[in-house]
Ligand binder design. Sequence first.
Ligand code: FAD
Length: 467
Amino acid sequence: RTADIECEIVVLGSGPGGYTAAFRAADIGMDAVLVERYETLGGVCLNVGCIPSKALLHASAVIEEAEAISAHGITFGKPKIDLDKLREFKTKVVGKLTGGLTSMAKQRKVRTVTGVGMFISPNELEVTTSEGTKLIRFQKAIIAAGSQSVKLPSFPWDDERVIDSTGALELRDVPKKLLVVGGGIIGLEMATVYASLGAEVTVVELADQLMPGADLDLVKPLQQRIAKRYKGIHLKTKVVAAKAEKKGIVVTFEGESIPETTVYDRVLVSVGRSPNGNKVGADKAGVEVTDRGFIPVDKQMRTNVPHIFAIGDLVGQPMLAHKATHEAKVAAEAAHGEKSFFDARVIPSVAYTDPEIAWVGVTEREAKEKGLKIGVGKFPWAASGRAIGIDRTEGFTKLIFDEATHRIVGAGIVGVHAGDLISELALAIEMGAEAGDIGRTVHPHPTLGESVGMAAEVYEGTITDLY
Ligand code: FAD
């Protein structure tokens, strides 16, 4: 069978992993083809993930700020919410970015093919397009097919009142009573949006803390703030049944703290994402996939088949866009024969909730589990001039150091803009910075970033009068 397209490298999936890989491959001189089942490029992150959620969270932050400033003499009154306009804003933000990708692909002469791609051999991908199937014959391939939200079978998914994050981002309306099942990053970000738009939000989480993965002390300021705003937060609790009835979705719970409300107008299920590794015909290409759907790779992002690489959500945790883009560059370069390796010491995580929670490297809990000898420097924002000035003193900055070397091994920040502050600490860890390096770096005053230097000074003992 003759191929419709012959290429040096094919990239399957156009999320942050896929488009970055295809663009990098083209930039270093490879003839690249990018296959995506949807009309727009950008994958989950740009279309139904990172970007639209942050556009809506911006609206939510403005509403909260406007309300908070009324305590200090400026009153705007109750917000009038025009959902159509807000949705339009979100759509425009997404469109700008995905449209940008299309022209970036053109500039680089990356050929894009719209359709569902499946491997049929180690060098062939069959793409089902609206104009029939197309056979792509390739020398190298990068699998970047991402992940999808876990659809727990105990929910009536055929009812439109049961939604996943994609449904929540559609912003069809603001439900009166919203149940969020799963108190991780995605669930709590969407809860933040809907609560500020006026929904009565209840969160249930199976684990004994919200945002499992982050240290508990980091989660506390968020939990305290939302405990006042939400109808309820229920830990160690699970949904055992959910039935679609005319009056709403009727939910039965089991666990330590059962919500009073049992009937909801909308139920958002955000209990995690599962990798798409076993949905691309990997077996036909001889590519190994785990039972859970992850594709094992080495440090060059190479699968067990030497000319096929894999990147992004489907190669493992953390399922984050910035991990995918970095892996993508390595894979493209390695496919080109370069000696590139994915060698990040740490990958930061950020929850864009209100307040934000950001962490990177070793957590205190991990250190304890692994028996690492660490020391902690913590700077409470109640002592930060800037935090006091914006009336958001609930945050803190925590740095974790190796006791023997005083090198930074981890960090956590909770507070407004924590996500924008964590990068300095990712860099510090990568560079092997010691407490003295961070404490003696002159940080601008008065900024929230100053708290980073201060936390290092607390650890070193050069600031002692905080507590
Ligand atoms: P994806 O973005 O999942 O892209 C995979 C692409 O492959 C998709 O476009 C899919 O259609 C396509 N595809 C799959 N199979 C086929 C096939 N057989 N044929 C053709 N095309 C196929 N991460 C962050 O870092 N920061 C955030 O703030 C953030 N917020 C998020 C908010 C939400 C609501 C969600 C759901 C996720 C969020 N994430 C965030 C996670 C982030 O979206 C993912 O980590 C990232 O998109 C992974 O990129 P990827 O390239 O691996 O795959």
